[in-house]
Each structure stands twice: as structure tokens, then as C-alpha cells.
Design a protein around this ligand. Structure first.
Ligand SMILES: [Ca+2]
Length: 585
């Protein structure tokens, strides 16, 4: 396997508040194997940069069908303004042009509200010749700052804009947060896939107006629902983008949300648990007990007892919840699980089922990150406050109005079978089901992008409690099967052990996946592994990760390995804090 180089990062500059600069610098592509012409796929040419022409006059100069530019203004180099009066300043970016606008303004025939696909584009003065479509998370509904996340979540981590990309962000077709837009049939489709379809040619044309040429290479990326958008784009826009970077792809999002409500119903079976406080069923001390039991069985399987389970597949065979976690002999005391808990929790791990016992979503992997904050956020909160409204109003047919809607009541009073039927239904107003408009057309058939030389990189936290890592494994296995057993010449998947949903968990959760993706697309350097860095104590708001054990050195690094390879301790290596002690095998 490829050697992982030590970080060549310079010492941290004086006065910088965090170690994210070092993290960004350390996130290097390790090894440059394969790719290019050796696999018979076309090699795309590298992008060449250009300088921004005028900025402010784009508002009057640029013209595109069904598009209104509302402002165009230069932004000076420096930190972006804080989002709120109490928030910390935004990340430092280079000088660029910020263009705001909207497409397809219209009035809904269903709810009579006004809708449009709102967007902003940020185009750097010193442009690298590339376009990045920033796919946003959750239910969309606001135009997030067009920075282009690349795999690191800390505030000062690098981003596509800083790297010189022209970046677009959109509200995906509705400008209100929450699920109420689901009443409008077109807004559903725009959120599902159509905003990206409509924005892409406009964005490329705007880039042409700004720089005198269109983008040489185009990239599409995001995490969570943004990862879903990216998977959808691999099947609906395979000729429009050259690189796809999908994090925690909720590519079966309506099913995942229903599965999370299945999980909540299981938690409610634990005596004493109410919908008002689902955490009673599986609070932090008992999740720590399970996490420690998993580590006891699985940590050393990769050669290093370091708090990280790298060999995920072996762990699923080695660990048994019933056998390996102590069963309380008396009352629950935080050192054991009751028999009721084990019975209730088992189906959450093995995968959600309908009333006939048929599994409709993936299993939750046994992994150390179950003790992390991500589990509580998604299992105890989102299952009653977010998934409920999404299934009922955005995906269900007919939709349930948000007027007077109560998530916890919907959760407890609606069967999983009813939910599953509603997300598969259509009628004369809602012509596409959620299973159609939310999901990629056929994620195992990526032949169009493959055959033109485009590439796909996917990462997923093994302890993601809402979109299962195991679902992404299934996707990748299906992709391999559809490509004679090997998809690695155009698509690669990187598990992030311990990581929760997009970030957090006892994990090395900061990494730059965009640089290796560009090097793969434009130079043929296949990314066998990507170096990831852990967050630790930090003074910048949002820069710390409370789930990282105190025993880890700040800035611990690990290689994230291209599936199915696993990071294993090298023979004789002793430094458990450095990626250089590990190799992908
Ligand atoms: Ca280990």
C-alpha cells in the first residue's frame, strides 16, 4: 500500500487561535496510484485560472432566462461578517464578487405563497477556473453562505471559495425554514432535484460573464441532505459535473427519516421513557457502557488500542450487544443495560422494519461513537421534531398541513406502515412520490460520469445515527457489482470511524477531500487515502469537539482509507497519535 507521508506543515503562525490551519495543511493526499489512462477512462484536462472582470455591473450586464440578479457587490479580503450579533466572525476569505439573485419566481397554486429558487454566487477575484455547487443540508430553505465545505467543520477550516473556486449556494426553491413548503408540489421537486438542474446552466453562464470564460472543471458537494443532493446529481447531472464530493449521503432520506421514527418508537418501549424525553431510554452513561464494550471487543482488531475501531466489518462480527454488555441484575445504575433496553435497542442496530418484519432501512454499525453527542441530537430530538414534519408535510401524499401540527403526536399516533405508504404515494396534484424526487435515479448506474472521466468521493461517519454508514456500504457494494467488482477507478468511499453525522464523535473529523478529488479528476492521482485530523480543546467557538477523549493528543491524525481497505498499525510503530504509524490494508 501507499506510504502515508508525515505532514510537511509549517509551525503554526503566531497569533492564530486554533490548530485548524495545521489540520487543513495536514489533509494531504497520500499516494498517487492508478488513475489516468491506465484504467482506460478518459483523463480530463486541468483547469486554468482567470481574473475577475467587473463585479458590480454584473447586476445589469448578466442576462439569463427566468433569472433576476438582485445585487452584485465586491467583498474585500478578510473575515466574513458574523451571521448574528453574538456569533463569531465568519471565515477569512479572499477578495471576491458576491452576486445574489433568484430564478423562476412564481405563486403556488396549492398554498398561494410566493416561491423562487434563491441563490448567491461568490466568485473570487483570483479564480482557479473551477465551479463548485454547494449543496446545503436539512430541509434547505435559506441561502447558506457560498463557501463550499470540503470535509472540515471548524470555522476556520479551508473551503472551496478560499481555494479559488466560484461557489454557488441556494435555498433549493423555498425561502422558509421548516417543512411547510411541502404543500407546494413544485417546491417539493425543486428541493428534491430540480433546483440544481435549473441553477447549474445559469451559474456556468454567470461565470462566463464574470471571467470571460466558463468553468473548465465543475464540482458538486455537500454533507447530509447535501450529500443526498450530490448523489442525486451523480444520476441527474452526470454530464454537468466532473467531481462529486458526498458526505453522509442521505440518499434514501425519506426512508432514513422513517427509520429514525421507528427508532424512537423502540426507545418508547423502554419503561419510564416518554416522548417528552426519549433520552431516558438510553442516556449518556449507558451509551458510554456500550461504547466501552464495543471498544473492548473491537479496538485492537486493527492492531492499535487507540479508541478507534478501524476494522468496522470485523467489529460487526465480533461484537454482540446481548452477550458483551452486562445485563442489570437489579435496577438500572449506569453500568449495565436492562433486559428491556436490550430488547428495545436491538432492532435499532439491526435495521428498521415494517409491521411484517421487512427491513426497509440499513443497520446502525456498532462503533465507539455511540457515546457521542450526535446520537442524542438525532435519536432523541430530530426523531420527533424534524423527521415528523418532513415525512408528514414534505414527502407524504397527501401532505399534512403544518397548521396545528405537533411532531411528537404524529410520531406516537402514526404507524411506520402508514408513513411508508405515504412517502411512496402519488395523486393528481403530487405526481412524483418522495421515493422518486428525493432519491438518485439509479445510484448503481454511474456509467455516464464514469465514461467521461468524472470521479466520485464519498465519506461517512461510522457512528452517524441518522443516515447509516451501512447504507453507504450497501450502495458502494452495489456499485462494485455493477462494475465487474471494482468501482475504484471512478468512485471511492471513505469510512470515518467514530464520527457522527457529518462531524463530531470520538473521531478524526477534519479533512480536505476536495483537493484529492481535484487531483484525481484533473491529474489522474487516485486517492488511496486522505489524512484526517482530530479536533481537541480549542478557544474558537465551534472549533472544539467535546466528544474527543482527553487522552488523545490535540491534532491526532489518521488515514481515511478507500473502502474496503482499513487503516492498520504498521509493524513496530508506536506513535498512536500520528497517521504515519498506520497504513491502509
Ligand atoms: Ca483501534
Amino acid at each position: 500500500m501507499k506510504k502515508i507521508p508525515n505532514s510537511p506543515c509549517p509551525a503554526r503562525p503566531a497569533g492564530t487561535a486554533s490548530h485548524w490551519i495545521a489540520a487543513a495543511c495536514a489533509a494531504l493526499l497520500a499516494g498517487c496510484g492508478g488513475g489516468g489512462s491506465s484504467d482506460g477512462l478518459p483523463q480530463l484536462a486541468a483547469a486554468t485560472g482567470a481574473q475577475l472582470g467587473a463585479c458590480a455591473d454584473l447586476a445589469s450586464k448578466f442576462s439569463f432566462a427566468n433569472t433576476t440578479i438582485t445585487s452584485a457587490a465586491p467583498v474585500a479580503e478578510g473575515p466574513l461578517p458574523a451571521a448574528t450579533a453574538t456569533a463569531v466572525a465568519g471565515p477569512v476569505v479572499g477578495a471576491h464578487c458576491q452576486v445574489k439573485g433568484e430564478m423562476f419566481r412564481r405563486t403556488s397554486p396549492q398554498d398561494t405563497k410566493s416561491y423562487a429558487i434563491g441563490f448567491e454566487m461568490r466568485m473570487p477575484n483570483d479564480w482557479n477556473g473551477r465551479f463548485f455547487y454547494q449543496a446545503n443540508g436539512g430541509l434547505d430553505g435559506n441561502v447558506g453562505t457560498a463557501l463550499g465545505a470540503i470535509g472540515g467543520s471548524a470555522p476556520n477550516f479551508s473551503n472551496a471559495l478560499k481555494m479559488g473556486f466560484a461557489v454557488i449556494s441556494s435555498n433549493a426553491g423555498h425561502d422558509t425554514p421548516g417543512p411547510s413548503f411541502g404543500i407546494d408540489a413544485q417546491a417539493r421537486l425543486d428541493y428534491g432535484y430540480n433546483a440544481a438542474v435549473k441553477l447549474t446552466p445559469m451559474a456556468k453562464s454567470l461565470i462566463s460573464s464574470a471571467y470571460g470564460k466558463g468553468p473548465d472543471r465543475s464540482y458538486f458537494g455537500g454533507c447530509s441532505n447535501g450529500g443526498r443532493h450530490t448523489f442525486v446529481a451523480t444520476t441527474r447531472l452526470p454530464d454537468q459535473y466532473d467531481g462529486f464530493l458526498a458526505g453522509a449521503p442521505g440518499y434514501r432520506l425519506p426512508l432514513a427519516a422513517t427509520a429514525n421514527m421507528f427508532s424512537a418508537k423502540q426507545l418508547l418501549k423502554v419503561p419510564g421513557t416518554t416522548v417528552a424525553d426519549l433520552s431516558v431510554a438510553f442516556p449518556t452513561p449507558e451509551r458510554v457502557v456500550v461504547s466501552k464494550a464495543i471498544l473492548s471487543k473491537c479496538d485492537a482488531l486493527d492492531g492499535a488500542t487507540d479508541g478507534i475501531v478501524q476494522d468496522v466489518a470485523a467489529c460487526q462480527k465480533a461484537f454482540d450487544l446481548n452477550r458483551d454488555v452486562p445485563t442489570c441484575s437489579g435496577a438500572r445504575d449506569g453500568t449495565c443495560l436492562s433486559a428491556d433496553q436490550k430488547t428495545a435497542l436491538a432492532p435499532i442496530f439491526s435495521g428498521a422494519t415494517d409491521s411484517t418484519g421487512k427491513k426497509f432501512y440499513a443497520s446502525l454499525a456498532y462503533d465507539a461513537g455511540i457515546s457521542g453527542t450526535s446520537f442524542a441530537t438525532w435519536k432523541f430530538g430530530a426523531s420527533k421534531n424534524l423527521d415528523t414534519g418532513a415525512v408528514a408535510t414534505v414527502w407524504g401524499v397527501p401532505p399534512i398541513s403544518q397548521t396545528g401540527f405537533d411532531g411528537p403526536t404524529y410520531l406516537t399516533s402514526t404507524s411506520v406502515d402508514t408513513m411508508l405508504a405515504s412517502i411512496a404515494a402519488t395523486n393528481s396534484t403530487y405526481l412524483e412520490s418522495a421515493l422518486s424526487f428525493m432519491q438518485p435515479v439509479n445510484p448503481s448506474n454511474l456509467s455516464t460520469l464514469k465514461n467521461r472521466g468524472a470521479k466520485v468521493m464519498v465519506y461517512h461517519g461510522v457512528s452517524d445515527p441518522i443516515f447509516m454508514h451501512d447504507d453507504t456500504v450497501t450502495w458502494y457494494e452495489n456499485l462494485r457489482s455493477a462494475n465487474n467488482g471494482n468501482a475504484a477507478d471512478f468512485a471511492r468511499f471513505y469510512a470515518v470511524p467514530g464520527m457522527g453525522h457529518c462531524a463530531g464523535g470520538p473521531a478524526t473529523d477534519q479533512f480536505d477531500m476536495l483537493t484529492p478529488l481535484v487531483n484525481w479528476v484533473e491529474k489522474g492521482q487516485a486517492p488511496d487515502s486522505v489524512i484526517a485530523t482530530a479536533r481537541g480543546a480549542a478557544t474558537t467557538a465551534g472549533a472544539a469537539n467535546v466528544d474527543v477523549p482527553a487522552s488523545w493528543a490535540p491534532g491526532r491524525t489518521r488515514p481515511l482509507c478507500s473502502y474496503p481497505q482499513v487503516a492498520r498499525l504498521k509493524a513496530g510503530a508506536t506513535d498512536l497519535e500520528s497517521a504515519s504509524s498506520f497504513s491502509c490494508q
